[in-house]
Design a binder for this molecule. Structure first.
Ligand code: IPD
Ligand code: CA
Length: 258
């Protein structure tokens, strides 16, 4: 089996853990920041993925959203490093607002190499490998060719950082008249996949963890999207960042927020 398929298979098993969840609110703890939660299932999925993927690629290092593995270390710039969000959309998960996904990115020498995002509620697997295109359940996908004016956009509210709320919505207000309408899924990884498969034309969020966007970024770029930070600078994949991602069609326009 190739590496991407092995990672897909681990993501599918992680999805089974998510589907088996019950009494989620009772298994929830608060983290730092506004309304930032973790459940026992986030921890369980991360533990499972670290162990499973260490078998697949023993030389890889790991960074994950939960527990002590959350800060970026210099070693992630060398060789393989898994960047894992065990459950992206934890608040969706707690509230049963779908979807939540498992998101597995793999960096090679600090650059995004493989991305796998799995939504177990609809059994939808997005995956991509650098230079080898992007796929949804094995079928090749391409981002939209529509201009911004004929596109939906989605945004994330950077919910854990109250200091970013006003700016987040100011940008949304500016995009609204330039697009059809706005959507908010509650998972950044899924937002990037919806962009990759041509459902939306633009997505932004003012602060994301590396695990929120690495996997989705590979998928979106391999589907023809362009990703930068909110000011149009190249993403550096070494810690939290804003993200502005646009489809192939929108990439040909003047789309930076004003
Ligand atoms: C969050 C989701 C959400 C985004 C937040 C993320 P989490 O991840 O991706 O859509 O708005 O910025 O942190 O906490 O559910 O894993
Ligand atoms: Ca996340």
């Amino acid at each position: 089996m190739n590496l991407r398929k092995e990672i897909e298979s681990a993501a599918r098993k992680a999805g089974e853990i998510m589907l088996s969840a019950n009494s989620i609110e009772a298994a929830t703890d608060a983290k730092s920041g506004h309304a930032n939660f973790v459940t026992k299932y986030d921890r369980k999925v991360q533990e499972f993925l670290f162990a499973e993927l260490a078998r697949v690629l023993p030389e890889a290092s790991f960074v994950g959203e939960e527990e002590g593995a959350a800060s970026f270390r210099e070693e992630y710039r060398r060789g393989f490093a898994f960047v894992i969000d065990p459950i992206d959309g934890t608040t969706n998960f707690i509230k049963a607002y779908r979807p939540s996904v498992t998101s597995i990115g793999l960096l090679l020498d600090g650059k995004p190499y493989i991305g796998v995002v799995y939504n177990p509620y609809q059994d939808v697997m997005f995956s991509a490998e650098r230079g080898k295109r992007a796929y949804r359940n094995g079928v090749r996908i391409h981002s939209s060719e529509e201009p911004l004016a004929r596109s939906l956009f989605s945004m994330g509210t950077a919910p854990y950082y109250e200091e970013l709320t006003a700016r987040s919505f100011q940008i949304a207000a500016a995009y609204l008249p330039r697009t059809i309408d706005m959507r908010r899924s509650g998972t950044a990884a899924w937002d990037l996949c919806l962009l990759a498969e041509g459902i939306t034309g633009l997505y932004y969020e003012l602060k994301l963890g590396l695990w929120d966007f690495t996997a989705g970024a590979v998928i979106a770029e391999e589907a023809g999207c362009v990703l930068t930070d909110i000011d149009g600078n190249e993403l550096t994949y070494d810690g939290p960042s804003s993200v502005l991602a646009v489809s192939a069609g929108v990439a040909r326009e003047d789309y930076l927020p004003r």
